[in-house]
Write a protein that binds this ligand. Structure first.
Ligand code: FAD
Length: 510
C-alpha cells in the first residue's frame, strides 16, 4: 500500500463523535487525522440549537444541586430501552457520561452548563422530571471568525440565507469548543472535503482508510485504528429504501453529506449491522421549499388527520410523536399532510416555538398552500379537505377537555415533558377565537440511528460477534445504544461523544 499519510488514529466525521474522538486522541498523546466529507465541520450536531448531552450524575448537574443516582438512571434507561440492545452497552453509556464530563472539564476550552429537560418517558420508573441533560456554554466568535465560518449551520443561515451569528450556541458551540481545544495539541490535522470511501484491511485488521480529495484517492495509514463517526445515512434515499427507513432524505435534518459511505465501508470490511430501519423521529412543519423540518415546543393547537379527528398527544416528545404518525400511516389511518389546527390568538402563525428551520414570511406558506384560514371551523374544514362536522366535533370535545385540563383521549399533559413549554401548566389551550387556521405537517427525522454493531469499547463486531481489530464506530454510524426509543434529550449527541471517546481510550491502551 502506498500510504499518503500516517497517524495513530483516523477519525471519520466531525460531528459530536468525530470531534470528541479526535480530541481524546490528542489528549492521549496520539497523532490524529480527522477527515470530513463536506465543506464544513459539525454535521447534524452543528444544526442543534441545544447541543444537549444526556450524561446522568455528571459534575455540571451535581454543582447545580442534582441528586440523581446512577442506579436510578440505569433503572430508567433499562426500562425504556428494554432488551433491544445489549445490557452491557446500555450500562457503558449510562455510567460513562459523568466521567467523560470530568475528563473534558479539565480543559478550560470545554465548558458546559445545565439546561433542565425532562426525560422523554415521564411515566417510566425513575424518569427525571428535570432531566439528565447539559449543554455546551455559548462561545463568542470574536477572534475565531474563520473557525466560525468553517462550522456548519445554523439552519437559518443555510436554508434561509440569514447572516452568520457572532456567537456560537448549541451544537455549533460544542464543535467550536472542540476545534479550539484541538489547536493546543501537536499531531492533529483536519481535512475538509475529504470523504472516507473505503477501509484498508490487512490480515483481518483495519489498518487505514481510503479517502477522496479533489477527485484523487489517497490512503491514510492508522496505526491504532479508525473511528467511524460519520453520522447516519439519512440523505441517501437508496439506502433508506434498502433498509426500510420511512420518509425521505428531503425531509431529514442531516447534512447533505450523511450518505452512509462509512456504513458501507464498514459492511464491506465485515461488520454486522443492527437497527437499520430506525431513525430519531419528529413531526415536521412543512416549509415553502417543500421540506418538512423537525419542529417542537407547541404552545397550542391540535393535530388532525384526514378524517378531521385528533390522533395523538400533540405535546409528546418528538420521537414518540413521530413514531405514532408512522404507525398510523402504516395502519392506513393517516396520510400526509396532517394538519395543526389553531385559532387566531396569536394571529395566523402556528403556535410552534421551535421550528429549528426558522419560519419565513407567512405569505409564502399561504401561497404554497401550506397555511389555510377559515372564518369558521366549517370553512377551514373545506379548505383542508376534511369533514366539517368531524372537525367541529373534534374541536368542541378538545375545548371541553381543555376547560378541565385533562386530555381523556390522548393524555396530553400527563407527563412532565408535555408541560415543559407551558410553565408546568396544562398544555391544553382551547381553540376558540376565529378566524381559524391550519398548518401542514409531514414526518421528519433528525437522522438515522441504525449502523455497525459494536461492543462496549465501540469496537465494531462481525456477525459472529468478533471484534474487527482496528475498527470502531460511534454516533449514528453505530447501531444506537437506545434501540427503538429516544430516552431523553441529549441521547444522540451524548452517545456519539461517549462511544468515540471510549473507542480512542481503547486504542490508547492497546
Ligand atoms: C435541530 C436539531 C436539534 C438537535 N438537538 C439535539 C440535542 O440537543 N441533543 C442531542 O443529543 N441530539 C440532538 N439532535 C440530534 C443530533 O444532532 C444528531 O443525532 C447527532 O448530532 C449525530 O451526531 P454524529 O456524531 O453521529 O454525526 P453528525 O453530527 O451528523 O456528523 C457526521 C459528520 O460526518 C461527515 N461524514 C459523513 N460521511 C463521511 C465520510 N464518508 N467521510 C468523512 N466524513 C463523513 C458528515 O459530513 C458530518 O459532518 C438534534 C438534531 C437536530 C437536527
Amino acid at each position: 500500500m502506498d500510504w499518503a499519510e500516517e497517524c495513530d488514529v483516523l477519525v471519520v466525521g466531525s460531528g459530536a463523535g468525530g470531534c470528541c474522538g479526535a480530541y481524546t486522541a490528542a489528549r492521549e498523546g496520539l497523532s490524529v487525522i480527522l477527515v470530513e466529507a463536506s465543506e464544513q465541520f459539525g454535521g447534524t450536531t452543528a444544526y442543534s440549537g441545544g447541543g444537549g448531552m444526556w450524561f446522568p450524575t455528571n459534575a455540571v448537574l451535581r454543582r447545580a444541586g442534582d441528586e440523581d443516582t446512577i442506579e436510578d438512571a440505569l433503572t430508567y434507561f433499562h426500562a425504556v430501552v428494554g432488551d433491544r440492545t445489549p445490557r452491557e452497552l446500555q450500562d457503558a453509556f449510562v455510567t460513562g457520561g459523568a466521567s467523560l464530563v470530568d475528563y473534558l472539564e479539565i480543559d478550560a476550552d470545554l465548558e458546559f452548563q445545565v439546561l433542565p429537560w425532562p426525560d422523554y418517558f415521564g411515566k417510566a420508573p425513575k424518569a427525571s422530571a428535570t432531566g439528565r441533560h447539559i449543554i455546551p456554554s455559548p462561545l463568542s466568535a470574536k477572534g475565531i471568525e474563520d473557525l466560525n465560518e468553517s462550522i456548519r449551520g445554523p439552519l437559518g443561515r443555510e436554508r434561509n440565507g440569514e447572516p452568520l451569528p457572532g456567537h456560537l450556541i448549541g451544537g455549533r458551540a460544542l464543535v467550536g469548543r472542540f476545534l479550539v481545544a484541538l489547536k493546543k495539541f501537536p499531531g492533529v490535522s483536519t481535512h475538509l472535503n475529504t470523504p472516507l470511501v473505503d477501509l484498508v484491511v490487512e490480515d483481518g485488521a483495519v489498518v487505514g482508510g481510503i479517502v477522496e480529495h479533489d477527485g484523487e484517492r489517497r490512503a491514510i495509514r492508522a496505526r491504532r485504528g479508525v473511528v467511524l463517526a460519520a453520522g447516519g445515512f439519512e440523505q441517501n434515499d437508496a439506502m433508506r429504501a434498502e433498509y426500510g427507513v420511512p420518509g425521505e432524505a428531503r425531509d431529514s435534518m442531516g447534512p447533505w453529506s450523511n450518505l452512509g459511505k462509512a456504513h458501507q465501508a464498514g459492511i464491506a470490511a465485515g461488520a454486522d449491522v443492527d437497527l437499520m430501519g430506525e431513525a430519531w423521529w419528529s413531526p415536521g412543519m412543512t416549509h415553502p421549499d417543500g421540506r418538512s423540518a423537525f419542529a417542537l415546543w407547541f404552545t397550542g393547537g391540535i393535530f388532525v388527520n384526514q378524517g378531521g379527528k385528533r390522533f395523538v398527544n400533540e405535546s409528546a416528545p418528538y420521537d414518540r410523536l413521530g413514531r405514532d404518525v408512522i404507525a398510523q400511516m402504516d395502519a392506513g389511518s393517516l396520510t400526509l399532510p396532517f394538519w395543526m389546527i389553531y385559532d387566531d390568538k396569536d394571529g395566523g402563525v402556528p403556535p410552534v416555538q421551535a421550528t429549528n428551520v426558522p419560519m419565513v414570511e407567512p405569505e409564502k406558506y399561504v401561497a404554497a398552500g401550506l397555511w389555510k384560514t377559515g372564518e369558521t371551523l366549517e370553512e377551514l374544514a373545506e379548505q383542508i379537505g376534511v369533514p366539517a362536522d368531524a372537525l367541529v366535533a373534534t374541536v368542541a370535545r378538545y375545548n371541553e377537555m381543555a376547560a378541565e385540563g385533562v386530555d381523556e383521549d390522548f393524555g396530553r399533559g400527563d407527563e412532565p415533558y408535555d408541560r415543559a413549554f407551558s410553565g408546568g401548566q396544562s398544555p391544553m389551550v382551547p381553540i376558540e377565537k376565529g378566524p381559524f387556521h391550519a398548518a401542514a405537517f409531514g414526518i421528519s427525522d433528525l437522522g438515522t440511528k441504525g449502523g455497525l454493531r459494536t461492543d462496549t469499547s465501540a469496537r465494531v463486531l462481525t456477525p459472529a460477534g468478533e471484534p474487527i481489530p482496528g475498527l470502531y464506530a460511534a454516533g449514528n454510524t453505530m447501531a444506537a445504544v437506545s434501540g427503538t426509543v429516544y430516552p431523553g434529550g441529549g441521547n444522540p449527541i451524548g452517545a456519539s461523544m461517549l462511544f468515540a471517546h471510549v473507542a480512542v481510550r481503547d486504542m490508547a491502551k492497546r
